[in-house]
Design a protein around this ligand. Sequence first.
Ligand SMILES: *[C@@H]1O[C@H](CO)[C@@H](O)[C@H](O)[C@H]1NC(C)=O
Length: 408
Amino acid sequence: VSHGLDSFNTWKRFFSKTSHTTIAKVLFLSLTLIFFFCFCQPLSSVLLCFSDAKEIVLKAQILAGGRGKGVFDSGLKGGVHLTKDPVVVGELAKQMLGFNLTTKQTPKDGVKVNTVMVAEALDISRETYFAILMDRAYNGPVMVGSPQGGMDIEEVAASTPELIFKETIDIIEGLQEEQALRMASNLGFKGSLQRQAADQIKRLYDLFLKVDATQVEINPLGETPEGQVVCFDAKINFDDNAEFRQKAVFAMDDMTESDPTEMEAAKWDLKYIGLDGNIACFVNGAGLAMATCDIIDLHGGKPANFLDLGGGVKERQVYEAFKLLSADPKVEAILVNIFGGIVNCAIIANGITKACRELELKVPLVVRLEGNKNIHLNQLLKWQTHVLLIFKWWLESHLQPSRASSKG
Ligand SMILES: *[C@@H]1O[C@H](CO)[C@@H](O)[C@H](O)[C@H]1NC(C)=O
């Protein structure tokens, strides 16, 4: 459980720094995939069997919250509708598709709706939590479940750890029948529901493997008064390294609503996440990036972004990264914290030098380059006399980022 918790915390921190739109996108994508795998049929044929549904829900798929209270420019009020009449489904969809929906979280002209989710509306009589994630400590997939679903799972883990169940899966042998049944029973599914839940768990594991997920989280995995086990909401994280063989999944990513800076960064293979502060962080490796953001916070500063250069970086990328950072009006100082390993410091130093010469950097720059080829740092001095260089000292003891200035 403790390892599971570590990764929960990391994900939560990561996502709390990610824009909400990204999460909404993940949610939509996730439900679509769950449909494919759990019902094993395309959405259009699922629609046909709704004719015997008691109630149908329609939900406009845009990457913004507050949809229930939104307004369409077709005049229709509400981005979420319930109806018992299948004929009304078509009428409602007509007033949603192709029109702009404005909610509290969209620009004032709204966002165009290109997709509407149509699903059977169900009541939930009991909520559980279920997830499959790649666990680094175990070196493989692990199932985590709790009969206490629908709420913050970290809260459950902290106050009632005995209600968190964990089951490691041998990736060669696959998920065993008895494991699925045991998890279903631990989640509190009784009688025929145990069988149903175990089947869903097996399909979810199948999904996990087939889409190269790093995490499939179902919250809640619920039970209806009619005795069905249903995935009511889901979040899936995909392994970026699998993009080459998951083209269909990655094609669903909707860039049109993404942050333009994040998109520009992605073009250069840089991981960039915009934050609210004023100190730009230019770091290699997500771990070092998080640690650097934490150090800035610790000293009362606020990071303006999270920019991870990654491993195989070239001078051109360093230059482009600087271009992005210096174009952001929020940025009042740039902190470079690089550990030269696979990346050697010379590449970074050359990139920074080029950027300093060509971009007329107007904000103070603080650089710490450590490791592979840090001797090349001297080059920087030749070009930039106002660059503050930090060699051996660890930032924690020598730097108050909130007060970083160009004096150095
Ligand atoms: C509808 O929203 C799009 C953004 O999705 C925007 O570009 C467009 O101007 C909006 N149209 C109207 C008529 O407001």
